[in-house]
Every structure is written in structure tokens, then in C-alpha cells.
Design a protein around this ligand. Structure first.
Ligand SMILES: *Cc1c(COP(=O)(O)O)cnc(C)c1O
Length: 390
């Protein structure tokens, strides 16, 4: 009997031990034992899938990866200690000196740093295309040495939406790897592999954990590509810890119900704030006013948990707004049960130049709200009273 992905994400489990536990135990062990020299030799020769050492594989990590693969519709996956190590590994394992990476320009701040500051040290080239670019612009940016297209949709923090089917068709035509950061939508909101992506990467720190506790990352997709990523990671060591995997795996069992509520709260918030006197514009993918609304409803099941808006008063209003909030948290994370307000220009994207920030629509008064699971009325009430003071 074939099961729905969300059922598999709940029912996938490590083999039951002789203790007959119901919930998965925590395999807090660095290494694994063999009964015989022959079994150990065979494991090291990759003739069996036996666990050897937790830098390579661990039952809790495997359970987490198997659930992600079920949710994303992926052939294989590998989990890492953070979202950034997943993204970095996907570049380093699959590209080499002289290769070119084509990326959308609106990407997570640290990803931008990796692409512009570190890849050039290893002789890898890059160029950026606007997140709003059409197919012809994407295609014109491809070079003879382009190896991978990297995109984030919705983008953090600007919530730009990129047409996954459009970019996937271009990647396929030119035989390029399409690598998608699916952190904001989660596999509940969108499944890039169904639309033609070769790989998805995640910061599991965000909605997947969903409770602001641990860092984690994961890459899922084509088995041949994941094999290369696994071989790179098993030697370089960005492995996810067993404890974090155990916790993130449990979190996946509630991802569907949590995302439904996060998205419902975000939509209510977006509708309540749209047109507010202190707000010059507001973006939420599932509001008709979003510039790429048609693409969003084509490829996403819900609009996700993030709402962003620009305060008319710019930087000073932004400060007053944050200082006037009574319930929302001021913190560098997102995707928590607790609603969070942030000001990207002074925090996550502060390392970009003002010109680079403007190129990706990070204006001085931009506020990003990660909508939590509190009652929507309470979230709206806190934000509206803070807006009244700025
Ligand atoms: C947070 C984030 C990352 C980085 O993940 P970490 O777990 O913090 O390393 C990458 N991409 C996006 C879209 C993010 O929001």
C-alpha cells in the first residue's frame, strides 16, 4: 500500500531494538561494532550498508534523511550540521576549479558570502541573475563552463518567487544541476524535485526544527549527486549530530500541521497589515498584490510563514518598531513557534554594501516577520500597537 509523504514522515523509523520501544531511541555513539573481521572489512569496502562511524552514518541521521526524502520526493539525501554546511558541501562536492555557478541575486546572506568570497579562492566563478528575471535572461547568463544553477524561492528576506519549472527547463536543456534552497517553503509548501530540480538544500534550523532549538541542514535529490556529496562530507566532516537528528526527525512528524497553522497565521497577518498607514508596501506570496503571485499559487501549496513589509519612516521607524514590540521576539532566527521580528539591513545582510542590499530589495525600513503559532489575534495586536508608535 503506498502511503502519503506526510504519513511516511511520521511512520519511518529506525529498526525496533530488543527493548521494543515505540519512539525512536537516541543512538549517541561515535562508532559501531562488528562481530568479525570479515564483516568489518566488507563494511569498509562499501560492500554492506553497516554503520561504521557517526561521521559517515548514524541511525538517527538516517531516519531523519529518509523522512526528508519521503517529503521531498527525493532518491537520496545527506544531513549536515547546519544549513550552510549543506549548501557549501553541495558546491564543493559537485563543482571544480574553472566551473561557473549561476545564482539568483537574492539569497541568504551567508550563502552570498560563500559564493562571492570563498568560491573564488578555489577558482570557481559565479554570476548573479535577478530573482525577477525571465527565461531569456537566465539563458543568456549561462556560460560554456556553467555547472550549476542555484536558486532560493521564496527568497530570504525579500520573498521573491522564482518559477521553478522555467528554471528547471533551462537547466535540463543545458545539462546543468539545478540546486534549490527550499528552506522558506519547506517540502510541505513546495516540492522542487517534482518540478524538475536535481537537488534541494535546507536549513533544518528553521521550520523543520520549528522550535528554535538546534542547527541542522540537509541535501536531498538525485542519488548520483548525493553519492558525491556523501563522499565529500564523510571525509571533510560536517556531519549532523545524532542528538540533533533525533530531535529534527521528531519535528518532521508535526511539520505538516505546523506549516498549515504558520501559513494561516501569516496570511491573516498580511491581510491585516496591507494598506496600513505606516507601511509603504507589504509582501506575502499568497496575496494577489505580490508581484509573482501567479507563480506562487502555481508552485506552492501555501504562502509560507514569513511576511515582510517596508516602514514609511525607514531606518529610524524600523528601530522604533522593534523597540515597541511587546510580545514578538527580536532574534536572528526564523521558523519558530514564537513570532519573530527582524531588520535585515542591520543584521543578516549587514555585510552587503548598500548598493548590493538595494539590488536585492533590502531597503532601510524592511521588516521581516516570521509568524509563529501563537493566536493570530495576539500576533496582529502586538504588531499594530508597535506600528502606531513609529
Ligand atoms: C538560515 C538559512 C540558511 C542557513 O542555515 P543555517 O542552518 O543557519 O546554517 C540558508 N538558507 C536560508 C534561506 C536560510 O534562511
Amino acid at each position: 500500500m503506498s502511503q502519503h509523504p506526510i504519513t511516511k514522515a511520521i511512520r519511518t523509523q529506525t529498526d525496533r531494538t530488543p527493548e521494543m520501544e515505540h519512539s525512536s531511541p537516541l543512538f549517541l555513539t561515535s562508532s559501531f561494532c562488528f562481530d568479525t573481521a570479515e564483516e568489518m572489512r566488507a563494511a569498509f569496502a562499501d560492500e554492506t550498508d553497516d554503520n561504521i562511524y557517526s561521521r559517515f552514518t548514524n541511525p538517527n541521521v538516517k531516519e531523519f534523511v529518509d523522512k526528508i526524502c519521503a517529503l521531498e520526493g527525493a532518491e537520496a539525501g545527506y544531513a549536515t550540521a547546519s544549513g550552510m554546511s549543506a549548501i557549501f558541501a553541495s558546491f564543493m562536492a559537485l563543482m571544480k576549479k574553472g566551473d561557473h555557478l549561476l545564482s539568483c541575486n537574492a539569497i541568504f546572506g551567508s550563502t552570498h558570502t560563500v559564493i562571492t568570497k570563498f568560491l573564488p579562492k578555489y577558482g570557481m566563478e559565479h554570476s548573479y541573475v535577478s530573482a525577477a528575471a525571465d527565461a531569456a535572461t537566465w539563458e543568456a547568463a549561462i556560460r560554456p563552463n556553467t555547472r550549476m544553477i542555484y536558486i532560493e524561492t521564496p527568497t530570504n528576506p525579500g520573498l521573491d518567487i522564482i518559477d521553478l519549472e522555467m528554471v528547471a527547463a533551462i537547466a535540463k536543456k543545458h545539462n546543468l544541476i539545478l540546486n534549490v534552497d527550499n528552506c522558506f517553503a519547506t517540502p510541505i509548501g513546495q516540492r522542487p524535485i517534482d518540478l524538475g530540480a536535481d537537488l534541494v538544500v535546507h536549513s533544518a534550523t528553521k521550520w523543520i526544527d520549528g522550535q528554535g532549538r538546534v542547527l541542522g541542514g540537509v541535501i536531498a535529490g538525485r542519488a548520483d549527486l548525493i553519492k558525491d556529496i556523501y563522499l565529500f562530507c564523510r571525509s571533510t566532516g560536517p556531519s549532523l549530530s545524532a542528538f540533533n537528528a533525533w530531535l529534527l526527525s521528531k519535528s518532521l512528524e508535526t511539520l505538516d500541521v505546523r506549516m498549515e497553522r504558520h501559513a494561516a497565521n501569516a496570511l491573516r497577518l498580511a491581510k491585516a497589515l496591507e494598506g496600513h498607514a505606516k507601511v509603504s508596501w507589504l509582501k506575502y506570496p499568497f496575496l494577489p498584490s505580490h508581484p509573482q503571485h501567479a507563480i506562487a499559487i502555481k508552485q506552492m501549496k501555501n504562502g509560507g510563514g514569513v511576511v515582510c513589509f517596508e516602514l514609511k519612516g525607514g531606518l529610524e521607524s524600523g528601530r522604533r518598531f522593534l523597540d515597541s514590540l511587546q510580545m514578538l521576539s527580536l532574534t536572528a532566527n526564523l521558523g519558530d513557534t514564537r513570532s519573530i521580528a527582524s531588520h535585515p539591513a542591520s543584521t543578516t545582510h549587514a555585510k552587503l554594501t548598500p548598493e548590493e542590499r538595494l539590488a536585492v530589495n533590502i531597503t532601510p525600513g524592511l521588516i521581516r516577520i516570521s509568524t509563529g503559532l501563537e493566536h493570530a489575534d495576539d500576533i496582529i495586536q502586538d504588531i499594530v500597537q508597535a506600528l502606531d508608535k513609529c
